[in-house]
Structure formats: C-alpha cells, structure tokens
Design a protein around this ligand. Structure first.
Ligand code: 13P
Length: 236
C-alpha cells in the first residue's frame, strides 16, 4: 500500500511544513511518501529521517542552462527517493506534454528513484482511450527492468478538489478505469482525486487500487494520519 501526500505549492511557511511532518507516523505495511515544495525538502528530510520524501517535479538533464529546473541528482542530494511526474497541474499550467513526462519518468527510474506517474482525463465522460494513449506515451521510454519502481496514479482531473465544479469519482468508476489501464501497462496503481477520510476506504477496498495520492486532505495533519490508519487496516 502506498499513500502519497502531494502538498502542491503549500503550506505557506517552512514552520507549517515541519508541523505537518511531525504528525506523520511511520507505518508497517504502508509506504507513506510526502511531496513537499522542493525548497523545503532538504531541511525536512534531515529533520525527519524516518519519513520518505519525493519531489513534485524534476528535469531529465543532469546539469546546465535550464533556469528554474532541478536535476535528479539535486533531488537525491536533498533527500528525495520518489519523483512525481505528469501531474495534471503541471500538464495544464506549465505545458508538460506526454513526451516530456516520458523523459522525466525514464530518467528518474534509470537513476534509481521510485516514480509516481499521474494520468487522468479532463472531463467526466471523456473516452477511456484518451487516458490509455496518454499513459502509453508517458511510459514509452521506460526500460522493462525499471517497471517495478513505477506506480501510476489515476487522477481524473474533474475529481481533483481544486478543479472548477469538481465531482467525486466513485470507487467503482476508479476501479473500472484502473483495471483497464492495468491491462495496457502492468504496474501498481493508486487513486487520486478528493481522497478524504470519508471516502478513502471505498477506494482502497477496490481490487486494483493499491493506495492513494492525497492533495488537500494531506495538508490537514489529523485527517492525513487517519487516512494512513485506514490504509494500514486494509493493507494489501
Ligand atoms: P485533491 O486530493 O485535493 O483532490 O488533490 C488530488 C491531487 O491532485 C493529488 O495529486
């Protein structure tokens, strides 16, 4: 079971970030990975060595004239073991394409990171093939031997809590989509999109869902810990 906390561009201050980490309990049978803003990473990783950390984004080149970017080596040195790639907010707001995502995924896996690759359709009712094709393109450069460190987060954009007019996906809907995706790219799958203490059990009880990628609720210390407890009680 894998529970990821995508803090996005939150919280506002480093002291709040530390406070959030203080709440995270270690957990047998559940890998808990926090994705803080990269500027907080090194200090958090040093202060909380028992917690697994990741970066929300990375660049595939190892150094050079790429203003504003961070290499995998830098992420590793700062304390990251995981890379989140292809999040819909990066695709929507920062123009990331499947091709760029595939370079990030392949480079991060080749450097020994575990990767969570996010895919999902923009609008409820979009054809499944849109997600399937995006997933295939985003994983096209991945070496077969690296697949064991790749997890796909299925995140329908319309179900993300900050999307306009967002609507919760049902666990059955998420299961059906993930089951389809798994036949195309055979890796582990987690679900993301308005996961909360009220609905997490329903998602984690689905046969093909092996965890959750949590946004808003991961910024609420008590709720996030309760989500981890539910995951622990249902561990697969
Ligand atoms: P919410 O849990 O706030 O909907 O965010 C989901 C997400 O985008 C996680 O990556």
């Amino acid at each position: 079971m894998l529970i990821g906390a995508n803090w996005k561009m939150n919280p506002r201050t480093f002291s709040e970030a530390k406070e959030l980490c203080r709440g995270v309990s270690g957990s047998e049978g559940v890998d808990v990975v926090l994705f803080p803003p990269a500027v907080y990473l090194r200090q958090l990783a040093e202060a909380f060595p028992h917690i697994l950390f990741g970066v929300q984004n990375v660049y595939w080149e190892s150094e050079g004239a790429f203003t504003g970017e961070m290499s995998l080596g830098m992420a590793r040195e700062a304390g990251a073991h995981y890379v989140l790639a292809g999040h819909s907010e990066r695709r929507q707001h920062f123009g990331e394409t499947d091709e760029m995502v595939s370079k990030k995924v392949a480079a991060a896996l080749a450097k020994g990171f575990s990767v969570i690759l996010a895919v999902g359709e923009a609008t409820k009712g979009d054809d499944k093939s849109i997600v399937i094709e995006s997933l295939k393109r985003s994983t096209q450069n991945v070496a077969e031997t690296d697949m064991t460190r790749l997890t796909v987060a299925y995140e329908p954009i319309w179900a993300i809590s900050t999307s306009e007019n967002h609507e919760d996906a049902t666990p059955e809907y998420a299961q059906e989509m993930i089951h389809t995706l798994k036949q195309e790219v055979a890796v582990g799958y987690i679900y993301g999109g308005s996961v909360s203490i009220d609905n997490v059990a329903g998602f984690l009880q689905q046969p093909d869902i092996e965890g959750a990628l949590v946004g808003g609720a991961s910024l609420k210390k008590d709720e996030f810990n309760e989500i981890i407890s539910v995951a622990r009680s249902l561990k697969k």
